[in-house]
Design a protein around this ligand. Structure first.
Ligand code: UD1
Length: 444
């Protein structure tokens, strides 16, 4: 079995801006789908093989947690894992699980399988308050008693689960997946209304169906689930990561580059493709790839984040960064999370002109950004700051790249292969000396 590190070392990126990205990049499996699918895999006692698994921190921590719970986890290669959940306990006791959002999917999976579960309350990126009352409401309607016990443990238990008609008060990706997991093994018919429609919800539903579940309607507003007695083994390949793909699309546009983004589902990218075209980038769609070409400075736009198929909140920081360099005044309205503009202060230190009023960022495009030492506040904002560094004059240091590595596999390696000058170094490396070394090697 291959060993994979889940303890991130403190690192930073040193970037020399000014290069246009060019070439091909292959997108990995979707992290957010993988979180639901890995959690769902322990619902079967038989072997499940998951392909196109991204090698990112969040997924490696989840695999580590289910292994600690008793599951057999065999990482046969970097992107394939075999899981047997027959010996899994119903208690999750892994400190790292508090740091990630997807940990809560184990609650739905274990509740469905064992009718009881204990999982630490989820963490994840600090992008605003992230309550879970819709998950709890769904579990309760399936017949579970749910409580938060001492130490922030979310506990759910049921004498018997039963199908139910559940109308979510708000559209939640997490609640939709979590309740869908538990309902798959709840006798009777469950109807979920006002659900999220993100591609990874469809992917988790398809995976469950491949294990024998009976789920219809994923990807629409109403999901109907007829509970089955048990789930069997399966081999399943995860869909490509919509947000990783979108990040490279924006990086291509921001650096006035020409990049072919491969192994994607162009339909999932429509909101992003449409905005990039609207502001003047050339977006060429193929069957399973998209080419983004930008020749000059792009124009302004008005963007509002919404649940799928709207513009994804997970692309908001990257797009704001691009608009910070575009001509004219743009507005970006964040409708999903209440604290997702923290990175704007870092962009301002690089010369961006962005004013945040409530949930709206008003952006006056500038012609250039200047390199600075900045700190990645969360996963997607971290990626956005790397894009800023790649277009800025001079050197940029992005600290806390561990956030970025939660969701991007070999981000800097892929960027380098597209021509960016970016190095990942340990936190204690002297960045000024290192930047000089980089400058010398670029000259020679
Ligand atoms: C998931 C994604 C995250 C993405 C987000 C929105 C994963 C692991 N993470 O997060 O990358 O940014 O969808 O596309 O897939 N809410 C409540 N009560 C609840 C649940 C949610 O008020 O019980 C609120 C949240 O605070 C937020 C909104 O609903 O304001 C949407 O959250 P949700 O769709 O649940 O996001 P996550 O599943 O946390």
């Amino acid at each position: 079995m291959l060993a994979f590190s889940i303890i991130p070392l403190m690192s930073k990126y040193i970037i020399h801006g000014g290069k246009s990205l060019a070439g091909d990049v292959v997108i990995n499996g979707a992290k957010n789908a993988a979180l639901g699918i890995v959690a769902a895999s322990i619902m079967s006692d038989e072997m499940v093989t998951i392909e196109n698994l991204p090698d990112v921190w969040d997924i490696n921590v989840l695999l580590d947690a289910i292994k600690e719970m008793g599951a057999i986890v065999d990482r046969v290669d970097r992107h394939t894992v075999k899981i047997v959940g027959s010996m899994c306990s119903s208690v999750v006791d892994n400190e790292n699980m508090r740091k990630m959002r997807g940990s809560y999917y184990l609650l739905g999976a274990l509740l469905g399988k064992y009718k009881r579960a204990q999982v630490p309350l989820p963490g994840g990126c600090n992008i605003g308050s992230r309550p879970v009352e819709q998950h709890i409401k769904g579990f309760k309607q399936l017949g579970a008693r749910v409580e938060i016990t001492y130490g922030g443990i979310l506990s759910a238990e049921a004498d018997a689960l039963k199908g139910s008609h559940i109308f979510f008060d708000i559209v939640s990706v997490g609640a939709t997946i979590n309740v869908m997991l538990a309902a798959s093994l709840s006798p009777g018919l469950t109807i979920l209304e006002n659900v999220a429609k993100e591609p990874h919800i469809v992917d988790v539903a398809n995976f469950l169906n491949s294990m024998g579940a009976n789920i219809k309607g994923a990807g629409t507003d109403v999901i109907k689930i007829r509970g089955v007695e048990k789930l069997h083994g399966s081999t399943y390949s995860i869909i490509p990561d919509q947000i990783e793909a979108g990040t490279f699309m924006v990086a291509a546009a921001a650096t006035k580059g020409d990049v072919l983004i491969k192994n994607i589902i162009p339909k999932h990218m429509e909101a992003i493709s449409a905005k990039l075209s609207e502001i003047g980038a050339e977006v060429i769609e193929n069957d399973d790839s998209i080419r983004v070409v930008a020749k000059g400075r792009l124009s302004s736009a008005q963007i509002k984040t919404f649940a799928y198929p709207g513009f994804p909140t997970d692309m908001q920081p990257q797009m704001t960064t691009l608009l910070a360099l575009s001509q004219g005044t743009s507005t970006v309205t964040e409708n999903i999370f209440d604290n997702r503009f923290k990175y704007v202060d870092e962009l301002a230190r690089m010369g961006a002109d962005i004013r945040v009023e409530g949930n709206i960022a008003i952006i006056t495009g500038v012609e250039k950004l200047t390199g600075a030492s900045i700190c990645s506040p969360d996963l997607r904002a971290g990626a956005a700051l790397v894009i800023a560094g790649m277009v800025a004059n001079g050197y940029t240091v992005v600290e806390q790249v561990e956030y970025i590595e939660r969701g991007y596999e070999e981000f800097e390696v892929k960027l380098k292969s597209l021509g960016a000058t970016i190095e990942k170094v340990d936190d204690d490396v002297d960045e000024v000396l290192y930047a000089r070394k980089m400058a010398l090697s670029e000259v020679s």
